[in-house]
Design a protein around this ligand. Structure first.
Ligand SMILES: [Zn+2]
Length: 457
């Protein structure tokens, strides 16, 4: 503290001296101009411009001097502040002292500076087999003999508060039915889970609920069957929004949740924003969240992270050399958050495990291989086909825990969709359960917090 006070006094003194000397120089510069004869306007202007340039240089030198002095006081033993030992292309050769970037405190080979990755990647588009911009994922089959593969299935429904329809039209046509069905279908079976992100819709629906239904919602939350994720008023765009707007909608949603539901979200869920911002990660951490899931990242980055098995990471602010701003992040590896792109690398196979697309329905698989209802006759073949996708996907992560979202835009509108998904998946999972030699277990636990704590890096 003593050193800090001394430092503050010293820096203040240097600052005052710098301001006074600048003021004097300005005065000196202004006097002869007043005496200059008329007709020399151009010359005077150019002389003035030169003086301003000089003053700017002096000001910059002064700033540099103050920062250098401050650092020499803070690090008297000559600690390496300048980052000379960092090979990052984004570490300036002669960095301004004072601001110690996280990049300069790189601890191990696993540290990734995203700006370096951008420099390194060619952003080409090589064919990657069924995972179009990826690579062929292989496995031996004995990788899970010691530690079984643990699959965490997370049902979700992405509800844009206004996109092709208005907020109200979406609410009346789809969202209120999704939430009504959620109440019924989760109450029927405690193994069923769901997450919800958009509080603008949830609060709108809540207004219409009687006390009995509100109590059911609270019971589902307490039992871990329903989980509020992110808890923002919307799933905010992170590319164009000012951080104030990001924060404002987050406060709005969190206050509503706290007032009406009495819970606190612990995981972020951002599957549809087009690009992700470190500011959002920072705000989520500041709002008390400890994990987050992101999806729309350039395929070249996903591919690189998949190859390095760094799709799950601790996101650190580039200006923060301490772990205080760190938040655990899971980056989805494939093209989209729909079922064809979340069970594994092959969308043609994964689509067969979206039972909302069973023949006869309104949606179908564009890969022209439809799902089949799971029966006693086909359960083995179907379960092994799905397990193959799970295993391939899991090779992209270091953890034996595999996160598999199950949902899409405005999903679970009709009760039949809930039944189709849960009934068929329960049969597949029952098969895994009765075949320990497959070394796979499937759970829908208290969703993301458990999932991501298991994945703690
Ligand atoms: Zn969306």
């Amino acid at each position: 503290m003593k050193r800090k006070r001394l430092l503050a006094l010293f820096a203040g003194g240097v600052f005052i001296a710098a301001v006074m000397s600048l003021h004097r120089m300005l005065e000196q510069g202004a006097e002869p101009q007043q005496e200059a004869p008329a007709g020399q306007g151009d010359q005077d202007l150019s002389r003035l411009a030169q003086k301003i340039d000089r003053l700017e240089r002096l000001l910059s030198d002064n700033n540099r001097l103050v920062a250098t002095l401050r650092d020499s006081l803070l690090h008297p033993k000559g600690d390496n502040i300048g980052g000379a030992n960092v090979s990052s292309a984004h570490s300036p050769a002669d960095p301004l002292p004072g601001c110690r970037l996280a990049d300069e405190t790189k601890g191990g080979a696993d540290e990734v500076q995203l700006l370096d990755v951008y420099d390194r990647l060619p952003f080409d588009n090589p064919p990657g087999g069924v995972w179009k911009q990826g690579f062929d994922i292989r496995y031996q089959g004995d990788e899970w003999d010691e530690t079984p593969l643990e699959v965490i299935l997370v049902p979700h429904s992405h509800n844009d508060p206004g996109w092709l329809k208005t907020f109200d039209n979406y609410y009346h046509d789809q969202t209120k039915h999704i939430l009504n069905n959620m109440l019924t279908k989760l109450s029927e079976d405690s193994r069923r889970k769901m997450i919800w992100a958009e509080i603008s819709y949830f609060s709108r629906w809540w207004e219409e609920l009687d006390q009995k239904k509100r109590d059911t919602v609270k019971r589902l939350l307490a039992g871990g069957q329903l989980e509020m994720v992110t808890g923002g008023w919307v799933m905010a765009d992170e590319a164009n929004s000012h951080y104030y707007a990001l924060l404002d909608q987050l406060i709005e949603g969190h206050q509503w949740i706290q007032t009406h539901l009495g819970v606190k979200p612990s995981s972020g869920w951002a599957i549809d924003p087009f690009g992700h911002s470190p500011s959002m990660a920072y705000l989520l951490k500041g709002a008390g969240l400890s994990n987050m899931v992101i999806q729309r990242v350039h395929y070249a980055v996903k591919k690189e992270f998949a190859r390095q098995q760094t799709l799950e990471f601790r996101w650190r602010q580039s200006w923060d050399s301490s772990p205080l701003s760190d938040i655990t992040c899971h980056m989805m590896p494939f093209y989209s958050y729909d079922v064809p792109h979340t069970c594994g690398p092959d969308p043609a196979v994964c689509c067969q495990f979206d039972f909302h697309r069973l023949p006869g329905g309104r949606v179908f698989c564009p890969w022209r291989v439809p799902p089949q209802p799971i029966t006693e006759q086909n359960v083995q073949e179907r379960a092994l086909l799905l397990l193959d996708q799970y295993r391939r996907k899991s090779r992209l992560f270091r953890s034996p825990v595999l996160f598999v979202p199950l949902g899409d835009d405005f999903r679970f509108v009709e009760p039949s969709e809930w039944d189709a998904q849960f009934r068929n998946y329960q049969q597949l999972f029952a098969f895994f359960q009765t075949h320990p030699e497959l070394h796979v277990s499937v759970r829908t636990p208290s969703l993301l917090p458990l999932l991501l704590s298991l994945k703690a890096l």
